[in-house]
Design a protein around this ligand. Structure first.
Ligand code: NAD
Length: 490
């Protein structure tokens, strides 16, 4: 993989109207790999003028109905081809993703590329299988309830799963007949740009899917403020999610769908029959993707009697996730996305020490000699829910273990968070499992597992974890308008 990485052709130009373009003002920024800080090339630093070009292209494509006007069976076929193109470019896309944001190549290959392709293929299949409604009104009239594409969707996505997050927006938005302008994270722009080229190769008309890279406060803000953008599908931090509402309020009241951060609780009761499996699951889910997952189970709540034993079990798992070269096919935990993120994670580890939590594993920077940005998988015990490391999203391989005495206390602690993305309850008491699952304020609750996931189910949060739902047929709600048409029957 290292050799192939050296030979890879990397293009950081925008894709607008099916063509690769430099920025209108010619500006670029330099992108480096978090693996070893090697330069990857110049990326377009998109500004309002570039966003405007892309939005105009998307609007023209929507207005002349070159996409929305195609028969559903044709849109389905073209989206299926797009998914096939993604799979066909699997190794190139995986390598780009790994170089760009530091995740292990084995997971870019086995998770990121296939999940993105499956997402597009799944929405493709739905295109000609969804029916509209006729309302049960009196005989004097007929009321049709139909869904229409909105127009131009702006998608702004983060760097932790660049391709999957893009696909979660693209799949339903394109399947519904919209045009899309995607602004990838400045920390991981490359795979989104390739996806746009592959879409055109698949036969999706130019202009239907445009990508403009750039910084959030420049290209991102311009997209979210644009008067010709009908909805923003945003995935990212809660801090920036708030701004999306401001932009909408200051511009055209575009719909805002936010998929934001998390501080997910993982509750382990002493009646669980296999707490070793629970401990392995905490480590596996927490350290996957270097802990840079919105749904990472970063607050582990454990019943008093088993808390010490459980903490030791999780700590014993940590060495299996020793940071390694992401281009080595055996590596489990790769590089954090950049130096800023690494410094943030290390500062949270310092905060944990200062507030009196106890490190059972990890806690330090690793592989500094490579020039890249690595942190050891870190397990804190003796955490309480008021500590900074229990309240704020760290977005790195750091987990905290908190004790509880009773079921009521466990639920109260779990829900005492501004976030509500996911949660997990581990118990072999079926009544307790149901009771607690109902009481937890989270968009997804797992029982006796954590990792099950599928494109068929919604993904999103309660509270400050957001308002939209990605995935499943529910995602169509975000990118369509409901219309009622009354027809008089004489
Ligand atoms: P971020 O909020 O910093 O950036 C996300 C995107 O917003 C990037 O493309 C960025 O360029 C853009 N942006 C930044 N400032 C902007 C501004 N002022 N105006 C417009 N756009 C702006 O988030 P991040 O660091 O890239 O990603 C990590 C966050 O994403 C975490 O909080 C994580 O939990 C969250 N996330 C959530 C989900 C989910 O489905 N709920 C999934 C993945 C990641």
């Amino acid at each position: 993989w290292a050799q192939r990485a050296n030979a890879l052709r990397i293009d950081g130009r925008s894709v607008i109207d099916g063509k690769r373009l430099d920025a209108v003002d010619g500006q670029t920024f330099a992108k480096h790999s978090p693996i070893d800080n090697r330069p990857l090339g110049a990326v377009v630093r998109g500004q309002a003028a570039d966003i405007d070009l892309a939005v105009r292209s998307a609007r023209a494509a929507f207005t002349d109905r070159r996409w929305a006007g195609k028969a559903p069976a044709v849109r389905k076929k073209l989206l299926q081809r797009f998914a096939e193109k993604i799979l066909g470019a699997k190794e190139e896309l995986a390598l780009l993703e790994t170089l760009d944001m530091g995740k292990p190549i084995q997971y870019a290959l086995s998770v990121d590329v296939p999940s993105a392709a499956r997402c597009i293929a799944w929405y493709a299949e739905a295109v000609d299988k969804i029916y509209d409604e006729i309302a049960p009104t009196p005989d004097t009239a007929l009321a049709l309830i139909t869904r229409e594409p909105m127009g131009v969707i702006g998608a702004i996505v983060p760097w932790n799963y660049p391709m999957i997050m893009a696909a979660w927006k693209l799949g339903p938005a394109l399947a519904a007949g919209n045009s899309v302008v995607l602004k990838p994270s400045e920390k991981s722009p490359y795979t989104a740009l390739r996806l746009a080229e592959l879409a055109v190769e698949a036969g999706i008309p130019p202009g239907v899917f445009n990508v403009v890279p750039g910084y959030g406060h420049e290209a991102g803000e311009a997209l979210a403020m644009h008067m010709e953008v009908d909805a923003i599908g945003f995935t990212g931090s809660t801090r920036v999610g708030r701004r999306m509402y401001e932009y909408a309020g200051k511009s055209n009241l575009k719909r805002v769908y936010n998929e934001l951060g998390g501080k997910s609780a993982f509750l382990v009761f002493k009646d669980h029959e296999d707490i070793a499996r629970a401990a392995r699951t905490v480590a596996g889910s927490m350290f996957f993707n270097q802990g840079e997952s919105c749904n990472a189970p970063s607050r582990v709540l454990v019943q008093d009697d088993i808390a010490d034993e459980f903490a030791q079990m999780v700590a014993a798992e940590a060495p299996k996730y020793a940071p390694g070269d992401p281009l080595n096919a055996a590596t489990e935990l790769g590089a954090l996305v950049d130096e800023t993120q690494m410094r943030t994670v290390l500062s949270y580890i310092d905060a944990g020490h200062q507030e009196g939590a106890k490190v059972l594993a990890g806690g330090r920077q690793a592989r500094a000699e490579t020039g890249g940005f690595y942190v050891e998988p870190t397990v804190f015990a003796d955490v309480n829910n008021g500590m900074k490391i229990a309240r704020e999203e760290i977005f790195g391989p750091v987990v905290g273990i908190i004790r509880f005495k009773s079921e009521e206390e466990a639920v109260a602690l779990a829900n005492n968070s501004s976030y509500g993305l996911q949660a997990s309850v581990w118990s072999h008491n079926i009544n307790r499992a149901h009771r607690v699952a109902r009481a937890l304020k989270a968009g997804t609750v797992h029982v006796n597992q954590y990792d099950e996931d599928d494109i068929t189910v919604p993904f999103g949060g309660f509270k400050q974890s957001g308002n939209g739902r990605d995935k499943s047929l529910h995602a169509f709600d975000k990118y369509t308008e409901l219309k009622t048409t009354w027809i008089r029957l004489d």
